[in-house]
Design a protein around this ligand. Structure first.
Ligand SMILES: NC(=O)c1ccc[n+]([C@@H]2O[C@H](COP(=O)([O-])OP(=O)(O)OC[C@H]3O[C@@H](n4cnc5c(N)ncnc54)[C@H](OP(=O)(O)O)[C@@H]3O)[C@@H](O)[C@H]2O)c1
Length: 258
């Protein structure tokens, strides 16, 4: 097992990448705190993990509320007695550009991705230090390394996570805490149908046609699976990656290599 006895919080684990990561972490021996706003979907993830013999608990938290994030960390320690891993994965996406961006939509995207990451780590830090060290992970995106034609605020927030990764990796190395981020390419999750529909509408083509065109830009010729991102996450938070910190790892089928 890769994570025996470890306790992990995964934000945005009620669906998609976070859900796959939670199941993968639990299969490797971690107790996982599932988090998001949707109680029903969170409960489903907990049940799935328990049916497989794993340990998981759902704690509702809205990443737009700093108080919720603080309570989430407290609840994890109250339930499982320690904290070793904090993975901020929650995210939202919506199209915007410099013409149509509004202060409200900008602030929301920055808050869910970046502000929640900063304050999540601030609250988690004393607990991870107390455990003698651990791992912090963020879900950035290829859009954090290469500008996205789809969303200005999303690209800005995701590139902020890459810099936050480097800054914290340097600052927290002395505490035996490694900090890395994942930069997934196109992953088939709840987010994708929305994006495909909006992009197809903008180009006047069907979502199927847009997805076909999109796949042609990926050297592997296909979207990445949630499981493939979860496996990369598992590697980065485990001792198998004990020499790796400050890295932004693309999981993108070669998209950024083109
Ligand atoms: N899919 C892709 O192609 C792709 C590519 C690159 C990066 N990513 C990143 O991967 C991460 C996971 O996305 P996904 O593709 O797995 O999409 P998803 O299935 O839509 O999952 C998004 C998760 O974020 C949570 N979330 C959203 N807003 C929240 C808020 N205000 N407070 C708390 N939780 C919130 C959702 O939980 P609730 O609904 O329960 O609140 C859900 O669990 C995101 O950071 C995304 O930007 C995705």
């Amino acid at each position: 097992m890769l994570l025996p006895g470890k306790v992990a919080i995964i934000t945005g684990s009620t669906s998609g990448i976070g859900r796959a990561g939670a199941i993968a972490f639990a299969q490797e021996g971690a107790s996982v705190v599932i988090s998001g706003r949707n109680k029903e979907r969170g409960g489903e993830v907990v049940e799935t993990i328990k049916q497989q013999g794993g340990r998981a608990h759902f704690v509702a938290a809205d990443m737009l509320a700093a108080g919720d994030i603080e309570q989430l960390v407290k609840a994890a320690v109250d339930i499982y007695g320690r904290l070793d891993i904090f993975w901020h994965n929650a995210g939202i996406v919506g199209p915007d550009d410099i013409q149509n961006i509004s202060p409200e939509s900008y602030e929301k995207v920055m808050a869910v991705h970046l502000k929640a990451a900063v304050f999540g780590v601030k609250f988690a830090l004393p607990r991870i230090r107390k455990a003698g060290g651990g791992a912090i992970l963020f879900t950035s995106s290829v859009a954090g390394l290469k500008q996205s034609g789809y969303s200005l605020s999303y690209s800005l927030a995701k590139s902020g996570l890459v810099m936050l990764t480097r800054k914290l990796a340097v600052d927290l190395a002395k505490d035996n805490i490694r900090v890395n981020c994942l930069c997934p390419g196109r992953v088939q999750t709840g987010m994708r149908p929305d994006i495909s529909q909006e992009r197809a509408r903008a180009l006047g083509i069907t979502p199927e046609e847009w997805e076909k065109r999109d796949k042609k830009r990926i050297p592997l010729g296909r979207f990445i699976t949630e499981q493939e991102v979860a496996d990369a996450a598992l590697f980065l938070v485990s001792d198998k990656a004990s020499g790796i910190t400050g890295v932004a790892l693309p999981v993108d089928g070669g998209f950024l290599a083109v």
